[in-house]
Write a protein that binds this ligand. Sequence first.
Ligand SMILES: [Zn+2]
Length: 399
Amino acid sequence: MYREILANNLLPSVRALKMGRGWVFQHDNDPKHTARATKEWLHKKHLKVLEWPSQSPDLNPIEHLWRELKVRIAQRQPRNLKDLEKVCMEEWAKIPAAVCANLVKTYRKLESANCGSSSSQDDEDVDGFVDLRSLPVDICERRPTCLRCCRPQKVCLCPFLPVHPLEISTCLYIVQHPAEESRALRTVPLLAACLPPGKCKVLVGRRFNKERNPELAAVCQDSRTLILYPGPDAQNLEELVQKQDRDQEDQDQDNLDRMGEQFVRAVEHNVIIIDGTWSQAKDMFLRNTLLHQPKQVQLSRSEQTSQYVIRSQPSNICLSTLECAAVTLSILERNEAIQEVLLKPLQALCSFQLQHGALVHHSKEHLIRHGMYDKQMPTNKRKIKRMENLITNQHICPR
Ligand SMILES: [Zn+2]
C-alpha cells in the first residue's frame, strides 16, 4: 500500500515541482517506512533517503498538518468508514492555505530552534504554530530492525542462524494470515532466514485464487504438493515418506533387474503451511478451495511439545509454524539435523524473552488439565466440545 502510494505519487510530484536530480526523500521511522519491502523498493528505484533518527522531534511540517486534520476530524465524530472518508475530504478542504504557508515559512526557524540556536526574534515568529507544537505528537519508538532476521537490531538473532541457508529440495509455501505479519514475535522470518530464498515463499492474505495467485494455484495442482492440515483425510507425513521410500526401493530394484542400473531420486515435494491461529487457519483452509487440492498431511502425535513457550498454544501437541516446518522438512529431507538448526533461533528468542520478563505460556490444554485455566468456561455447547477435544487430544492442530 505504502509502496503503491510512493510509486504513484513520489516521482510525479518531483516532476511537477521541477526538483531536478539533487533531491533527497524524507520520511520518518514509521514501521511501513522502515519495512524491508519498502527499503528494497527505494533501493531498487535508486532513491536517496534522508537518514532519520528515532524519537526525533517532528521537523516535518506535514506532521503538523496531519495533526490539524486529526483534531478537526475528531470534532466531527464520524460514525463509519464512509463517513470518515467524507469528513476527511471536507475538513482537508477547509484548512486555510495560510496555515500551510505558515508551516512552511516557519520551518527553517523551527529547525534552528530545535538545534538550540534560536533567538527571541525567531521564537516570536515560531509562535505562529505554537498551538500546534504544544499538541502531543506521536513519537515513533520503533527500533531499527535487522534485515536478515527481522528482529530489532539490539536483539538480533543472526548468530543463531546457520551461516549459509540450508540446502533442501523441498519448497515451502507459507500461506500467512495478515494478522500474523504484524505480530512482534513472529517465527516465519526466522524460518525464511534459514532457508534459500527460493525455498520458502510467504504469501500474505485471506483469500487466494487462480487469478491473483497463479503460482500458488499451479503449486496446488502439482501432484507432489502436500498441505499440512489435520483434516479427516490427512495422512501421517512420516508414514507417507516411509511408503515412498519403500516404493522407490522396489522401483530401483526393478530398474536394476531390467537395465542393470540404479536410479535414486526422492520426490521433491512442495509443502503448504497455513500460518495463523488455529481458527484463522481453519477459516482460511475452508474458504480457499485452492487449498483443498493438495494431499493433506499431518505430523504424528509424538511426544513433541512446543518450544515456543512465550506464546500460548491451544494444546500441548500444537506446534508453532516454525516448528511445524522444522519437523516437516526433517522428515521430507530425511535429515534430523534440519530440525535442530531451524529450532536454534526459536530457542534463543524464547530464552531471551524469558530473561527479560516474559512468562512461560502454558498451553490451554495444560491449564485446563492442571486446574489453572482462569478464564470463564464456555457455556456454548460447541465450545465445550472443542475444549473436551483439546484435553482428549482428539484433534491435532497446526499450532
Ligand atoms: Zn539479525
